[in-house]
Ligand binder design. Sequence first.
Ligand code: FAD
Length: 137
Amino acid sequence: MGASPANELARGLLGVEFDPIGRVRVDPWLRPAGRTDVFALGDVAATGDLMTIVAITRQAPWLAKTIKAIVAGRRVESLARYAPWPSPPILVPLGPKRGASVLPLTKSGPTVGGFLTSLIKGKTLFIPRYRKEFGIK
Ligand SMILES: Cc1cc2nc3c(=O)[nH]c(=O)nc-3n(C[C@H](O)[C@H](O)[C@H](O)COP(=O)(O)OP(=O)(O)OC[C@H]3O[C@@H](n4cnc5c(N)ncnc54)[C@H](O)[C@@H]3O)c2cc1C
């Protein structure tokens, strides 16, 4: 609640339009309206997703795949459009053992309790996973 996008760089781009909370309006391939040479993702882009890391974990692989296809000579408009999370996962640990989560298995859930929330996030807060990803021992 109350998050606002860091849109200073985007405000410097000619022709870019913003939604009422300052997110860049993008086309189905995450390009700001009126620009074919720029992509926007994360909090600053009005992709249809919420402003979360969870959203970026969906947007970034899509964009990487899209850019590879463009480099290989494909036209952007011939590629699959970005589709926002139909129902994003929400993980809310309360300490290492308690909490609640909504898992993206169906359109509206299911909602699970402390045991699964602890197993997925509460116990480690993803720290081992990201240490590994960043090559930190
Ligand atoms: C308290 C809090 C808790 C959160 N908890 C969660 C959570 O549990 N799960 C979840 O999924 N999401 C969570 N979020 C949301 C998540 O942090 C954001 O969605 C995410 O950080 C957005 O990443 P971003 O890279 O799009 O934008 P940002 O993180 O805002 O990064 C933008 C970057 O651009 C830089 N920048 C801005 N202007 C310029 C400029 N002119 N030149 C150069 N650099 C510039 C900024 O310094 C910044 O580093 C939380 C957010 C907050 C505030």
